[in-house]
Design a protein around this ligand. Structure first.
Ligand SMILES: Nc1nc2[nH]c(O)nc2c(=O)[nH]1
Length: 459
C-alpha cells in the first residue's frame, strides 16, 4: 500500500479540544491521508517522509472543524420571511410555501446552506429535512449530492410529518405524509445513504419532526426502526411554551415525559432546542445520555427562550450547537453561534459564569461530535482522529489586539477561514470554497427562491 501523503501545519496556536483542553501557543499538526497523525508543541518532528505540503500557520489558531448539529437546508430559499412571528405562527405562515419545494430547489438550497457553513469553518453538517411533497423528486439524493460537491461531512436526518390539521397537528394536511409512507421512505433512505463505517462522509438518522406535527405511532415506530437499523434518532423537543401547552393538552404530560413514553430518550437520541426543560427533564436527559442541539440565534429570533445550557452541562448532558434552518437564523453560520451561545446564556441566571470561551468552542466542536455519535472520530485534534480542521486567521485588524486566540475566535468578529480540511482534503482556501463555484451557487439559490415564491403564489 502507498504511504499516506502528509501535510504539515506549523507555527500556529492550537486548541486541540481534547479531554484536558490542551493548547499550544505555537505548535504543529501533521495530517497523514485522512487522519491526524501528530499534534504537539513547536515544530513537527524532523525526518517525516512523504510530506507533500507545509503550511505556515503563523497568526492563526488551528481548531477541530466545527460540527453543526441542527439545520433545515431547504429553508435557505425562504430566508427573511415572517420575521416577527413566534414558532407556531411562523410555521403556519411558511408551511404552504415549503410544501411546494422540489428536487432542484432542495439541491440549490442545500448547496447554499453548506457553502455558507463551510466558509465559516463547518466540516460536519446535519440536515433535518422533514417536508416531502408528493412528486417532488429525490430530495434526500439532492441533499447528499450537494454535500459531496462541497466536500462537507453530512448527517442527513430523514424527517417526516404525519399529524396534519385534521388530526390535531399544526401543519396543513397537504404538507404531511402517511405513517406507512414516512416509515418506508425513511428506511429506504437508510438503505441508500447510511454509512456506518469509521470516517463515513454520509450518515442517516431517523427524524420525525416534532410532537405537534407527528403522530405518537410515528415516534414509537420511528424509534423502533432506528434501533433495528443501528442509526441515530433526532427530533425537535421542548422548543416553546406553545409546544409545552400542546403536549399537556393532547398527551397529559410535558414534552420530555412524552418522548420518554415513546422510546425517545437514550444515548442514540439528540433533540434540537430543549429550551423549556425543568430539573427533572434535564436529569432524564443526563441519566439516559440524550443529547441537545443548542440553537441560540434561532431561539432568540423565534422568541422561544433561553435553553439551560449551563445546567445541562453541569448535569452531564451532551450538548452541541446548531445553526437551525435559515428561515429562523438568516445568517446560516455556525461560528457566530459560539459567540451567541456564550452571550445569550450569560443573560440567564448563571450570569458571567454561565459559559466561557473554551466551553463555547467545545460545544461547537467536540460537543457536536458527541451528539452526532461521532466523538471517537471527530471534534478534537488527536492522533488517529479524522483530519477535519480549520485555520482561523487572527492577525488582522479584527482580532490582532486580542492576546488570547480562543477568546479572539469566540468573542471577536467572525474570523476569516484561511483553510479548512475535511477527511484530509482542503475544501476552503482564503474564505472561498474550492470545489463549488460560490457565485454560481448564489445565482441558483436566488433563482430557486424566486421560483418557489412564484409557485407558492400560484404562478
Ligand atoms: N426552529 C424550528 N422548529 C421547528 N419545529 C418544527 O416542527 N419545525 C421547525 C422548524 O423548521 N424550525
Amino acid at each position: 500500500m502507498a504511504a499516506a501523503r502528509r501535510t504539515v501545519i506549523e507555527n500556529g496556536a492550537i486548541a486541540t479540544v481534547d479531554a484536558d483542553d490542551t493548547e499550544y501557543a505555537s505548535g504543529h499538526v501533521v495530517m497523514a491521508g485522512d487522519r491526524i497523525e501528530a499534534v504537539g508543541a513547536g515544530k513537527a518532528p524532523e525526518g517525516l517522509e512523504n510530506v507533500v505540503r507545509r503550511i505556515d500557520a503563523s497568526g492563526h489558531l488551528v481548531t477541530p472543524g466545527l460540527v453543526n448539529t441542527h439545520h433545515h437546508f431547504y429553508q435557505w430559499l425562504t430566508r427573511g420571511l415572517a420575521t416577527d412571528h413566534n414558532l407556531f405562527d411562523w410555521l403556519v405562515a411558511l408551511y404552504p410555501t415549503w410544501a411546494r419545494i422540489d428536487e432542484t430547489m432542495v439541491h440549490a438550497a442545500a448547496q447554499g446552506s453548506l457553502a455558507m457553513m463551510a466558509r465559516g469553518g463547518v466540516t460536519c453538517a446535519m440536515d433535518h429535512h422533514y417536508i416531502y411533497p408528493k412528486g417532488s423528486g429525490d430530495l434526500s439524493g439532492a441533499i447528499v449530492r450537494a454535500a459531496r460537491e462541497t466536500g462537507v461531512r453530512l448527517t442527513l436526518a430523514r424527517g417526516s410529518m404525519d399529524r396534519g390539521e385534521k388530526d390535531g397537528g399544526l401543519p396543513p394536511d397537504f404538507a404531511v405524509e402517511t405513517l406507512e409512507g414516512a416509515l418506508a421512505a425513511t428506511e429506504a433512505t437508510v438503505d441508500e445513504h447510511h454509512d456506518a463505517s469509521f470516517g463515513a462522509m454520509t450518515q442517516v438518522a431517523v427524524a420525525p419532526c416534532s410532537p405537534f406535527s407527528v403522530s405518537t405511532e410515528l415516534l414509537a415506530q420511528g424509534a423502533e426502526l432506528a434501533r433495528r437499523r443501528g442509526v441515530r434518532l433526532h427530533t425537535h423537543g421542548s422548543e416553546t411554551v406553545e409546544e409545552e401547552k400542546f403536549c399537556h393538552e393532547l398527551f397529559g404530560m410535558g414534552p420530555t415525559d412524552y418522548f420518554a413514553s415513546t422510546g425517545w430518550l437514550g444515548e442514540d437520541v439528540w433533540m434540537a432546542h430543549c429550551v423549556h426543560m425543568n430539573d427533572s427533564d434535564i436529569a432524564a436527559f443526563a441519566r439516559t445520555g440524550t443529547g441537545v442541539a443548542h440553537c441560540p440565534s434561532s431561539n432568540a429570533r423565534l422568541a422561544a427562550g433561553i435553553a439551560r445550557v449551563p445546567d445541562m452541562l453541569a448535569a452531564g448532558v451532551p450538548v452541541g450547537l446548531g445553526v437551525d434552518g435559515t428561515a429562523s437564523n438568516e445568517s446560516g453560520e455556525l461560528h457566530t453561534e459560539l459567540r451567541n451561545a456564550l452571550l445569550i446564556n450569560r443573560l440567564g441566571p448563571h450570569r458571567e459564569s454561565a459559559l466561557n470561551a473554551r466551553q463555547a468552542l467545545r460545544l461547537g466542536t467536540y460537543g457536536g461530535a458527541q451528539v452526532l455519535g461521532r466523538a471517537h472520530e471527530l471534534g478534537s485534534l488527536e492522533p488517529g482522529k479524522l483530519a477535519d480542521l480549520v485555520l482561523w486567521r487572527l492577525d488582522t485588524l479584527a482580532h490582532a489586539s486580542i492576546a488570547d486566540p480562543v477568546t479572539a475566535l469566540v468573542l471577536g468578529a467572525a474570523a476569516p477561514v484561511t483553510a479548512s480540511f475535511v477527511h484530509g482534503r482542503q475544501i476552503v482556501e482564503n474564505g472561498r470554497l474550492l470545489h463549488v463555484d460560490e457565485d454560481a451557487v448564489a445565482r441558483s439559490t436566488r433563482e430557486q427562491a424566486r421560483r418557489l415564491a412564484r409557485i407558492a403564489a400560484g404562478g
